[in-house]
Design a binder for this molecule. Structure first.
Ligand SMILES: *Cc1c(COP(=O)(O)O)cnc(C)c1O
Ligand SMILES: [Zn+2]
Length: 397
């Protein structure tokens, strides 16, 4: 059974019944127009008192439960969709590697490149596909820089649902191949990711389907929450800092939601500090966090395509998460990213996407600034597999 009790608007606080709304808060989104950060993103609310009881019972019944069993339990307790609807292609429960070899001190690496389609996006796609199954909807549309599309294509294939994709024509070749081999309907947009976002909104307004645009469907945040729940189960305690590669800010919001939920249910008592690792040219969330005033990124242009976003859909909520967790935004360059990517690959065996390597580059800056306490537990979220964009890798020799 699900403890999901409804939605709350993250902007005005208005509450809705589970089947009363689908996307944004109807009140706050009245003034929303494509080309601005979303207004009135909904968050899922649960029966936290009941969850607390269920978790207590689980802990008593299975005092020596291993991390995988704890993950399964937590993800089920905090899921807005019943497990029976999940597509038959398991996602998540990804490795958390404790590395001493990377920087000479302990760092925890959460490697989500091992998901079925090779990225963290599978967590969100899985839940939106489950919701479509629950509702009997046969088609799901999304905008994507590449990974969300590859992911939705794979999970829709597993569920026998049609995936419709709007992606920029210059997405990395491997991601376009993934979309095609899973037989999704691909619309290449002659423009940016932000243009694709608007095109997918237009499509779902005129077709009988579900829209998986990131942050637009509240379950994208809920799906991305599971990575945070896993960190708690795998470490057996809360980490102190979590570095998150950030474009639209939805992975960041999802991980924050995991820790809000755990705290609300009385399972934990504090929030880890979240760090948004952003590219210099795609830094809208970092600038917003610094100045308190929202402005689009000037001109996103980066080797880290997955975090190349001019208008982050979850900008408002992401900045709230940075503030609530006493975190920060950090800008890194493409050169820092590419060097961090090679360091990860040669010292840990993990080949991750440029976007993911931004977390290590940001960690170096945070350490340099003296911002990281000694002995702190630090996690880098490595969200995508390096084979998705081999063009990005350059060798000097
Ligand atoms: C989408 C993506 C991100 C960024 O997530 P946002 O929710 O857009 O901030 C980071 N890494 C990878 C591999 C991604 O695919
Ligand atoms: Zn509202």
């Amino acid at each position: 059974m699900s403890y999901f009790s409804g939605y709350r608007c993250t902007r005005c606080g208005h509450e809705y019944e589970p089947d009363q709304v689908t996307y944004l808060c109807p009140i706050c989104s009245r003034t929303y127009q494509p080309g601005m950060p979303l207004l009135g993103i909904l968050e899922c609310v649960f029966d936290y008192a009941q969850i607390a009881v269920a978790w207590e019972e689980f802990s008593i019944a299975f005092p020596s439960a291993n991390p995988t069993q704890k993950i399964e339990e937590l993800c089920e307790l905090f899921s807005p969709v019943d497990k029976e609807y999940y597509p038959n292609l398991p996602v998540g429960n990804t490795p958390l590697i404790c590395s001493q070899s990377l920087v000479g001190e302990t760092l925890y690496l959460k490697f989500d490149g091992v998901n079925p389609s090779g990225s963290y996006k599978d967590r969100a796609s899985s839940l939106v596909v489950a919701e479509a199954k629950r509702l009997g909807i046969k088609e799901i549309v999304t905008a994507s820089t590449g990974n969300a599309a590859a992911s939705l294509s794979a999970l829709c294939a597993a569920a026998g649902i049609k995936a419709v994709i709007f992606a920029p024509a210059k997405a990395p070749a491997a991601k376009l191949v993934q979309i095609k081999i899973h037989k999704a309907e691909l619309h290449l947009v002659d423009g940016t990711y932000d243009d694709a976002f608007a095109a997918a909104l237009e499509y779902s307004a005129t077709h009988d389907c579900l829209n998986r645009n990131t942050a637009y469907h509240p379950f994208t945040i809920e799906g991305k929450k599971t990575g945070g729940l896993e960190l708690y189960a795998q470490l057996g305690e809360l980490p102190d800092y979590i570095f998150v590669p950030t474009g639209d800010g939805v992975i960041l919001c999802g991980i924050a939601k995991a820790f809000y939920d755990l705290k609300e249910a009385g399972i934990t008592d504090r929030l880890p500090a979240l760090v948004a690792a952003q590219v210099e040219s795609s830094d809208a969330i970092t600038s917003y966090w610094e100045t308190g005033v929202y402005q689009d990124a000037k001109k996103p242009h980066t080797v880290a395509d997955s975090i190349s976003v001019r208008t982050p859909s979850a900008a408002h909520l992401a900045v709230k998460a940075l503030k609530a967790t006493h975190g920060m935004g950090i800008r890194v360059s493409d050169a820092e990213i590419l060097s961090a990517q090679k360091m990860l690959a040669s010292r840990t065996g993990i080949f991750c996407e440029p976007s993911s390597a931004a977390t290590l580059a940001a960690y170096f800056q945070a350490r340099e600034q003296g911002w990281i306490r000694d002995e702190a537990k630090v996690v880098l979220m490595l969200t995508g597999h390096g084979l998705k964009d081999i063009e990005a890798v350059k060798f000097d020799d």
